[in-house]
Design a protein around this ligand. Structure first.
Ligand SMILES: [Zn+2]
Length: 582
């Protein structure tokens, strides 16, 4: 019999993948090429070097890193082909450096943060199927095409000499580039093998996968990697680039270095979940006992470190899936899809639902990029929106802890309703995701408050609270359509209505910390009760009344645009930026 596993990020199991692009569309409509404000659009991105401290890496690790970065560059080349075609032809057409840089950022002549508006004369609209399908394919032809596996994510669709549709697997379509990628990954495996046999083994599995367009075995090997210092995500992964069918996957790569200090911290915090669960301000039925999953590894190779088990009530098949393990990395190289337009700050993989059911997922928080976004976006927004004294308390350490405790707090509360309505997810339907995200935000702050009181966490509670509110302004800057945006607004509006956030006469906001502490407790109870009761009507009321941006706040947020605070980042990256060049 299986136990019920509390997943760390329940949202992760709801969606096939959160390669959380943190992507926000500009509210302007696509503009025609003529007079396209390329310089102005480029200026909404801030350019900075992507770095981390590599001084403690061994020589073998540094050598491995060089090969991993070279492998990642080939993923970048393939993504260019997938998104546009011949990169060199396009770039040689650029009439100046600004246009060239904007093409590189967008991997083509269409502005990704502006509804793919074309910014080069004569290119027309971006094909919905990017370069995965013949340019002249119609919806009708596609629908009439009788092919059992036509949505295979690792193939492109072409025409044969007679004009009929055929599928070509990636390892043939991009043969030369894949061979180059495999070569560098093999060299990386050889370099790291004396120090990390398991990681070398994964790299070899990945080479096999790329050579055969068959990824399951290497994905399973990757899920088992829990202590490796270096890591890489590489291959065809997300399907957003294919807007024709949403099927074909785009090449990308992240080259990663694990944050060892956070690995230990997370294990400790997750081990405190059972006692924190009991401290929640609700009746016992709404906080079933948790026990740590120490006896039974959930994922092969013993991925038991950050899991908790809900001891009762009875298990439902849906809740019995393995959880999401959580880890912290610095990124040293982005390539391909993830480097196009806005930059990802967290990635949850693999996307294959069958693998997720059996093995769970791995969520990686990308800390150095979160810091870059914090410094260039959250902090300046805080300075605009909060009173001066409070803006000064907004800091990255609090910001990062808030995010991590949000993830851990998904493990608190109930997964099953207390009144026989099945799982909370089933009972709440479409309302589940925003309420679950809201719960994770609120219980994350609740955990932080308790752990500060018990001395398990260092810092001032006001820093965490004020930084949380500053993060809200950033996340709803372009609207509150996402589950996270709705969650943020529920909390913000509740705090305002209870007098814990006050808008001063000058339009700046202040947080009343002691009042906020009380609101966190009462809102925690409210959310846990809505979930436990499977109260769909109550959730709908909450979303209608509180998951909205008031006109006052909307007007205040417009100051962010006027101040020219960046929309996203461009990284200067590579072995030279890291100081790895020999
Ligand atoms: Zn979440």
């Amino acid at each position: 019999m299986k136990n019920t596993i509390l997943v760390l990020c329940a949202l992760a199991t709801a969606t096939a993948a959160i390669a959380q692009k943190d992507k926000q569309k500009s509210e302007k409509n696509a503009t025609i090429w003529k007079g396209y404000p390329v310089a102005r659009q480029l200026a909404t991105y801030k350019t900075l070097p992507l770095k981390t401290d590599i001084s403690s890496l061994s020589e073998a690790e540094k050598e491995t890193l060089r090969h991993l970065i070279r492998a990642a560059k080939t993923a970048d080349d393939i993504f260019w082909i997938q998104a546009w075609g011949d990169k060199n032809v396009l770039l040689s057409d650029a009439k100046n450096d600004t246009v060239r840089r904007f093409m590189e950022l967008n991997y083509g002549p269409w502005d990704r943060l502006n509804d793919n508006g074309p910014f080069v004369k004569g290119v027309g609209d971006k094909p919905k199927g990017a370069n995965f399908y013949p340019k002249d394919i119609t919806r009708e032809e596609w629908n009439n095409w009788d092919h059992l596996d036509k949505n295979n994510p690792y193939t492109i669709v072409q025409r044969d000499v007679r004009g009929n549709l055929v599928m070509v697997p990636y390892h043939q379509a991009y043969e030369e580039k894949i061979r180059e990628m495999v070569k560098h990954l093999s060299l990386a495996a050889n370099a790291i093998r004396p120090e990390d046999e398991q990681f070398a083994g994964f790299l070899e599995e990945r080479c096999n996968a790329l050579s055969q367009s068959d990824y399951n075995k290497s994905d399973i090997a990757w899920l088992g990697l829990l202590k490796n210092r270096l890591d890489i995500i590489i291959g065809p992964i997300e399907n957003y680039e294919d807007e024709f069918q949403g099927a074909r996957t785009a090449f990308e790569s992240y080259v990663l270095i694990r944050d060892m200090a956070w690995t230990g911290k997370l294990e400790r915090y997750v081990s405190l979940l059972p006692s924190l669960q009991q401290s929640l301000p609700v009746a016992t039925a709404y906080k079933p006992a948790l026990a740590m999953n120490s006896t039974q590894p959930v994922v092969p190779d013993g991925n038991a470190g950050v899991q908790a088990i809900e001891v009762s009530p009875a298990v439902s098949a849906q809740a019995a899936r393995p959880g999401s393990s959580l880890a912290v990395f610095d990124v040293v190289y982005y390539a391909g899809h993830n480097n196009a337009g806005s930059k990802t700050i967290a990635v949850n993989l693999p996307n294959d639902e069958t693998l997720q059911q059996e093995y769970g997922t791995r969520r990686s928080q990308l800390k150095n990029v979160m810091q870059a976004k914090f410094d260039n976006m959250v902090k300046p927004i805080a300075n605009l929106m909060l009173s001066e004294a409070q803006a000064a308390k907004v800091n990255f350490d609090a910001f990062f802890n808030n995010v991590m405790f949000h993830e851990v707090a998904h493990g608190l509360g109930v997964k099953n309703t207390v009144n026989g309505k099945g799982t909370v997810r089933e009972a709440l339907g479409a309302g589940f995701s925003p309420i679950e995200e809201c719960k994770a935000d609120v219980l994350g702050l609740y955990m932080i408050t308790r752990l500060l009181e018990s001395g398990d966490l260092e810092g001032n509670v006001e820093d965490f609270y004020i930084t949380f509110v500053a993060g809200t302004f950033r996340s709803v800057r372009f609207g509150a359509a996402s589950a996270h945006g709705k969650a943020n607004m529920i909390i913000f509006n509740t705090l305002v209505s209870k007098g814990a956030i006050i808008r001063q006469k000058d339009g700046k906001y202040t947080v009343k910390v002691q009042d906020m502490k009380k609101v966190i407790s009462s809102l925690a109870a409210e959310l846990l009760t809505l979930q436990g009761d499977g109260n769909m009507q109550g959730v709908a009321n909450m979303l209608d009344t509180r998951a909205v941006i008031s006109d006052t706040l909307k007007a205040d947020l417009s100051a962010i645009e006027k101040a020219g605070i960046p929309v996203d980042l461009i990284f200067e990256q590579g072995a030279d930026v890291l100081g790895l060049d020999k």
